[in-house]
Design a protein around this ligand. Structure first.
Ligand SMILES: [Zn+2]
Ligand SMILES: [Zn+2]
Length: 218
């Protein structure tokens, strides 16, 4: 399993990065990104701490751990600068908390995330046709999520992403250890979202490609 959207104790997750990573090892992960919620108040506090934790342990763990950030509920106008700031602070995977149907995310957030070249637009809800086309053009990855609530629109996201040729990944948005999933469950979630069997492998491969892209940012 490659999981590019999880939360540690540095936002609203339950575990410090070391334990979150250890739990991921135990369940058979190959790679995990820690992408805590950030806005202007905490981005300079959270990202460097996660970067540091991963730098310290990376030689002693059997999986790849990647520092990231999830820009969450900020006005869309602020998203581009925060994406840049997250990258400058060492975030290798930048996620934007998209327009999920279960939270009052500001309209225009999906658009701003794509415009800003975020790596992953998480749980984009009922993303519009224009934004799907724009995501394809910019190569921004949309997320199928294992998270309760946000996953209500997985079927729509899967159908539209396939229709428009937008890349997909599957992440857990884990906040506690019990939210981490096996690759087998990830596969079932993708199938349940309406993804055809013959496309599943390419979605897993795309997550690997996203990790490759982070290596170019070392
Ligand atoms: Zn959260
Ligand atoms: Zn999240």
């Amino acid at each position: 399993m490659i999981d590019l959207h999880t939360h540690s104790f540095f936002s609203d997750g339950e575990l410090v990065p070391s334990e979150l990573i250890r739990r991921a090892v135990a369940i058979g992960y190959k790679a995990i990104a820690i992408t805590d919620h950030v806005d202007s108040s905490n981005i300079d506090l959270v990202v460097p701490r996660v970067v540091k934790a991963i730098r310290k342990i990376k030689d002693y763990i059997p999986i790849e751990a990647i520092p990231g950030a999830e820009i969450t509920h900020v006005p869309p106008q602020l998203i581009p600068d925060l994406v840049k700031e997250a990258r400058n602070l060492g975030a290798k995977i930048v996620v934007v908390h998209g327009e999920t149907i279960v939270e009052p995310v500001a309209p225009g957030t999906n658009r701003a995330a794509i415009e800003a070249d975020a790596d992953i637009l998480a749980h984009p809800g009922l993303i519009s046709e224009e934004d799907l086309l724009y995501a394809k053009e910019k190569g921004v990855t949309l997320e199928i999520t294992a998270r309760k609530g946000h996953s209500l629109s997985n079927g729509y996201v899967a159908k539209e992403a396939v229709r428009f040729g937008v890349p997909l990944c599957i992440n857990t948005d884990a906040h506690s250890p019990s939210d981490l999933i096996t690759r087998d469950l990830a596969r079932l979630i993708l199938l349940a979202s309406g993804i055809e069997r013959n496309r599943i492998e390419s979605i897993f491969l795309h997550s690997e490609a996203l990790i490759e892209k982070t290596h170019g940012r070392d």
